[in-house]
Design a protein around this ligand. Structure first.
Ligand SMILES: C[S@@+](CC[C@H](N)C(=O)[O-])C[C@H]1O[C@@H](n2cnc3c(N)ncnc32)[C@H](O)[C@@H]1O
Length: 173
């Protein structure tokens, strides 16, 4: 299943921004408007795709940006566009990052694709430092309950116009 998802995104990476950029940027704005970022922060985007969130973060703060995605095609597209970030090929359910390395961690429209969304959220919490910001969205139509892992103090927002459920908050301990 994971391989097929990665292959699907590899095949469509070149047209992803044309199709989804506008929609995703509205979701990204929704999350970033609810999370405080500072210059010098380390920001990790789990399932970064073509780097739309990383690009928006770079317009708001001088952060060290890291993106991880399971599709090499999406990462290549991010690189082709000149996204200035460290891009890592990997799985959001098992990220190759140490505990607590991120001042802020995000994931936009990804966890509904995970085999285990709760595990993905728990990984996002693990890589975020105590008190660090967390912003996650996933497609409403996936019909999953907000999978809040223990240890994230978060608010759940549903926008009338956007297709995702949004979770914003911070890692408690
Ligand atoms: C709908 S796109 C969203 C991309 C980006 N977050 C955005 O907002 O434009 C979903 C992304 O999740 C990635 N993805 C899906 N399952 C993944 C997994 N298990 N680990 C890492 N990335 C994954 C896909 O390759 C794709 O880039």
């Amino acid at each position: 299943m994971k391989t097929r998802i990665a292959e699907d995104y590899n095949a469509t990476a070149g047209i992803y921004d044309m199709r989804y950029r506008e929609e995703q940027q509205l979701k990204i704005g929704f999350l970033l408007n609810r999370v405080r970022l500072r210059d010098g922060d380390t920001v990790i985007d789990a399932g970064c795709g073509t780097g739309l969130l990383l690009e928006s973060v770079s317009e708001r703060a001088k952060a060290w940006l890291v993106g991880i995605d399971s599709s090499i095609g999406m990462l290549r597209e991010a690189k082709r566009k000149g996204i200035e970030a460290d891009l890592v090929l990997g799985d959001v359910e098992n990220m190759p990052f140490k505990d607590g390395v991120a001042d802020a961690a995000f994931s936009v429209s990804v966890i509904q694709l995970a085999e285990n969304p709760e595990r993905a959220i728990s990984e996002i919490r693990r890589i975020t430092k105590a008190g660090g910001a967390i912003g996650i969205s996933y497609l409403k139509r996936a019909g999953i309950e907000p999978p809040l892992a223990a240890g994230i103090r978060a608010a759940v927002h549903a926008s009338e116009t956007l297709k995702d459920i949004f979770i914003t908050g911070f890692r408690e301990d």
